[in-house]
Design a protein around this ligand. Structure first.
Ligand code: IPM
Ligand code: MG
Length: 368
């Protein structure tokens, strides 16, 4: 298969982990006889520095033509004092919105060799396997432009949702639950927010269309606690934009490191943008020590969701698992008696595992 992929390395460690993604994709291309063409474009702080805007028109056009998009990370202290429209994050939010990528899928499943790497007790996290389905193009992130009034002493951020925006993501939540263990936890703040009341009404209406899926409602504060105390009680979580952002970082603790988490931002026709959940990590950027596994696992999600290359995707996941079983890890992780290596080295080990037949067929796909 021939696929056109836009690469948006962005800022900080984004450029380093993008190199890992390319290496893995080139390996998959030669192992499985595919051809991937890469088109690299600027976004975020890199685009502000070079083109005076976080989301250049060329980048948008290229993304619109692509079969799929891979993104590294955006942001960094350097741009913190820039005015609102010149924030690197605007590039990421802009591309999500322009492409209509309303469904953000964040699988949270620990790899066995990392069970002890979490600060949580092994017996609490063992067996946890969660898919967070986060709404991505509405809510507080995309209300009326934020305002400062009264000499900056009053601030207004607006939470705005249309019914159909809630309906489509809630449908995605139910459909995802059907592909897994038929349990959907809907997270809201219906005891306070009008938007959450509407959200809950829609979930209840929709549950009639999916009688095979068990629905649970949780307030976001209670959900935050239960994620840490009883993570194995969750299957699919569906929630609005900001709650999903917060809960997915929290859930990453179950896997040992935020650096392990991949994500897919998709729309109904299969076009998607894939990126690790972590940010640009300016403190370690340029040192060659960033964990590229969240990015490499995002490549696997891209192959699975956008290109329907299930076998290729699960080979990548197996190669990552094997690398961890061999004891290799980056600085953010700790494997007892393991070997700490850098970004390039761990990528090469994953690639080696992909190219040798030593990858065990008995380990089933990590993310389904
Ligand atoms: C994420 C990030 C982004 C978000 C930032 C960088 C704008 O935290 O993808 O989770 O809040 O969506
Ligand atoms: Mg986030």
């Amino acid at each position: 298969m021939n696929k056109q992929i836009v690469l948006l390395p962005g800022d900080g460690v984004g450029t380093e982990i993008m190199e890992s993604a390319k290496l893995v994709l080139n390996t998959i291309a030669s192992e499985f006889d595919h051809s991937f063409t890469f088109y690299q474009h600027a976004i975020g702080g890199d685009a502000i520095d070079n083109y005076g805007t976080p989301l250049p028109e060329d980048t948008v056009k290229a993304c619109q033509l692509a079969d799929a998009i891979l993104l590294g990370a955006v942001g960094g202290e350097k741009w913190d004092s820039f005015p609102g429209h010149l924030r690197p994050e605007k590039g990421l939010l802009g591309i999500r919105k322009k492409l209509g990528l309303f469904a953000n899928l964040r699988p949270v499943k620990g790899f066995a060799p990392l069970l002890h790497a979490s600060p949580l007790k092994e017996e609490v996290i063992k067996g946890s396997d969660i898919l967070i389905v986060r709404e991505l193009t509405g809510g507080l992130y995309f209300g009326k432009p934020s305002e400062r009034r009264d000499n900056g002493n009053i601030v207004v951020d607006t939470l705005y949702y249309q019914r159909n925006e809630m309906e489509r993501i809630i449908d995605k939540g139910f459909q995802s639950a059907r592909l897994r263990n038929n349990k959907l936890t809907s997270v809201d703040k219906a005891n306070v927010l009008e938007s959450s009341k509407m959200w809950r009404e829609i979930v209840n209406e929709k549950s009639n269309e999916y009688p095979d899926v068990t629905v649970e409602h949780l307030l976001v504060d209670a959900a935050a606690m239960k994620l840490i105390t009883h993570p194995t009680s969750f299957d699919v979580i569906v929630t609005e934009n900001l709650f999903g952002d917060i809960l997915s970082d929290e859930a990453s603790v179950l896997t040992g490191s935020l650096g392990m988490l991949p994500s897919a931002s998709v729309r109904s026709d299969g076009v998607g943008l894939y990126e690790p959940v972590h940010g640009s990590a300016p403190d370690i950027a340029g040192k060659g020590i960033a964990n590229p596994l969240g990015m490499i696992l995002s490549v696997a999600l891209m192959l699975r969701f956008s290109f329907e290359m299930e076998e290729e995707a699960s080979e990548i996941e197996k190669a990552v698992n094997e690398c961890l079983e061999q004891g290799y890890h980056t600085l953010d992780l700790n494997i007892k008696g393991g070997k700490q290596v850098g970004t390039k080295e761990i990528t090469e080990i994953v690639v080696e595992n992909l190219t040798t037949k030593s990858v065990s067929n008995s380990i089933c796909s990590m993310y389904v």
